[in-house]
Design a protein around this ligand. Sequence first.
Ligand code: GDP
Ligand code: GDP
Length: 438
Amino acid sequence: MTLPIVAIIGRPNVGKSTLVNRLAGDQQAIVHDEPGITRDRTYRPAFWQDRDFQVVDTGGLVFHDDTEFLPLIREQAMIALNEASIAIFVVDGQLGPTSGDHEIAEWLRTQSVPVILAVNKCESPEQGLIQGAQFWELGLGEPYAMSAIHGSGTGELLDAVITYLPSTDNIPEETEIKVAIIGRPNVGKSSLLNALTGEQRAIVSPISGTTRDAIDTLIERNGQTYRIIDTAGIRRKKNVEYGAEFFGINRAFKAINRSDVILFVIDVIDGVTEQDLKLAGRIIEEGRAVVLVVNKWDAVEKDSHTIYEYQKLLRDRLYYMDWAEMIFISAMTGQRVDKIFELIDQAAEAHRRRVSTSVINEVLEDAVKWHSPPTNRQGKQGKIYYGTQVTSQPPTITLFVNDPARFNDNYRRYIEGQFREQLGFKGTPIRLFWRGKR
Ligand code: GDP
Ligand code: GDP
């Protein structure tokens, strides 16, 4: 479980790093302070009362005076804020509110994260009262007068901060896994549904989905609930009037949209057809996790090599889903059907996974050491400052670089490959965004 994040925001020199040191004590930074990559954002573990969290200093925020690095710092502050449960906005009590403070306050009001206003450098309580009061004009609620150097007032500040941390005993973890069975007509989708809902498993109940007349089926197995999306659509018999082209593709697209994991069913006899590629394209676009279910394995004459030959054939056609596990089954005989659940679990876990910024940057540092970014014709080399996972489902990582144009496809594939090699992500697509300084 990752610790909740408290982001420290403010202009340069207001005492942010002093405050971070005060809160984290001598606990080591979670990210090593490597020049270039993580200079402006280090995560430090801290606690108050019985609550553990991490504090991150976002670097000095300045909105005017646009020097080269400012957009980057602002970007970092944005990322820190996105991850944070609460932001502490630090201002200088001895200086009073400045136009820079007002700009930050205005910006913070457009963000969704709650903000606590810390008026630093208030060494005495009398000072604190007077200095603190001036900051009501920022419109961010009660100013907390404090001194990062002396530690006075930080207890009250932290009392307020921890009320905003998510409570540990009800971590909002989604337990249900939404699964869509997708494939052309006749590949065996309804047979597979029957096999999946086989005798030994409890079918909780068919319940109505969000799409009109979509019926979902809930399956419970080993304490895990699977919602099979739009089972009415799977069971519905083919509509002869519309001909072969009409196979409810809209319905399939809607099911893809509502799901976490796709069971992409392929008929081993027909192989991967144009229609399959069309569905696969949509699944990729939507960023869903995938298990490649190759059905009708019972109908194949085989010797000990056959499975590898088929694997290669199918993989070649679906090379852009090389991260997905492939399983050969028979919905008719039930062969290996049970194993599908394990692959669903694995894919769903990878799809939801969040990797900490420190781990992402460890992988990046290593990757860059093995294989430096390319240099363009003008002799300019690509440079990766740092990366951070901005979202999951699918895992999406933003890489902050000097100039995205300096990173060719080869190098981008290499970095993606490194993330997969080091971090797994079996069964899920991952997305990388390459962002330059603007
Ligand atoms: P940052 O740029 O916001 O990280 O600010 P620093 O933590 O580096 O502090 C900037 C300056 O303010 C340093 O000279 C600190 O010694 C000083 N400072 C920080 N906290 C306090 C405080 O509580 N009281 C006083 N008087 N000075 C402080
Ligand atoms: P759907 O249109 O994708 O839902 O496909 P169905 O489940 O209706 O199956 C289409 C046809 O393939 C039916 O005749 C099934 O009996 C047959 N079928 C389905 N699964 C298997 C299998 O594992 N092995 C064999 N040999 N036939 C299968």
